[in-house]
Design a protein around this ligand. Structure first.
Ligand code: CO
Length: 256
């Protein structure tokens, strides 16, 4: 309870200090928000979004979850993204991961943590898709760091695949996508992807994976490139063709 009381005391002291420095500080910010940034980060207490970016109230629209994921099935994240892009018209969407991320570490191991195991499923895919690169990294810590970076890049991909970002880009509105990794040991943000403004830019990022740093996840198209594996539109088309064929066959039998 003492720790909780301290939070209230801190708040009083902070608000007073702000007003002392600028009597209009809260008044100026209370009427509306016009943030230029949507920040998507990890829920980790060591990575406070406004503190590490040096931003004031009103400057960052924020969504945080375990291991800073952007999943199309996450209604919360999609609502935040839609509101930020279409209503607030943010200029930048920033995904910020961090070294030492417990969520990423859990996804790399086999220990069970309950419900969160399900949430971390997509990160296990990131590990699997990049198995070749990761297996070549002998140092365990370096491998962990790399998965943190790859996870951020993967979330950039997820953003490019959302109808929200696609519609915005199609309309010529340009939320630029950025991927950062925060180093909890130095307090510094590292850029792993900057200024992604199109699918081409996202694919180019992935292509650099072949040639060196900064590497990215497998190209979006490449993931489904194997001719024996169908996915996405191709799979839907193949199923539709099969269904139509069966319907034709059934119709033919009826008429005979
Ligand atoms: Co984390």
């Amino acid at each position: 309870m003492e720790n909780f009381r301290k939070i209230i005391q801190n708040n009083r002291a902070w608000a007073a200090a702000m007003v002392e420095n600028d009597p209009e500080y809260f008044h100026k910010r209370a009427s509306k928000q016009e943030p230029h940034f949507l920040y998507i980060g990890c829920a980790d207490s060591r990575v406070p979004s406004n503190v590490v970016t040096g931003t004031e109230p009103g400057e960052l629209f924020v969504h945080r979850n375990i291991a800073n994921q952007v999943l199309p099935s996450d209604l919360n994240a999609m609502c935040v993204l839609q509101y930020a892009v279409e209503v607030l018209d943010v200029k930048h969407v920033i995904v910020t991961g961090h070294y030492g991320c417990g969520g990423v570490k859990a996804a790399m191991g086999t220990e069970s943590y309950g419900l969160v195991d399900h949430w971390l499923g997509p990160i296990r895919n990131v590990v699997r898709w990049n198995r070749g690169e990761l297996d070549a990294i002998a140092d365990e810590q370096a491998r962990f760091d790399r998965v943190v970076e790859l996870n951020v890049l993967e979330q950039i991909y997820h953003l490019t695949e959302t109808p929200i970002i696609q519609h915005a880009w199609a309309k010529g509105r340009r939320p630029l996508l950025h991927g950062l990794v925060y180093d909890i040991h130095t307090g510094l943000l590292r850029e792993v992807a900057t200024g992604i403004d199109s699918h081409e830019a996202a694919d180019a990022l992935a292509a650099r994976r072949e040639s060196g740093v900064p590497a990215g996840p497998p190209p979006v198209a490449g993931r489904f490139a194997s001719p024996s594996v169908l996915a996405g539109d191709e799979l839907a088309d193949a199923i539709a063709q099969r269904v139509l064929k069966q319907l034709d066959g059934a119709r033919g039998e009826r008429t005979r």
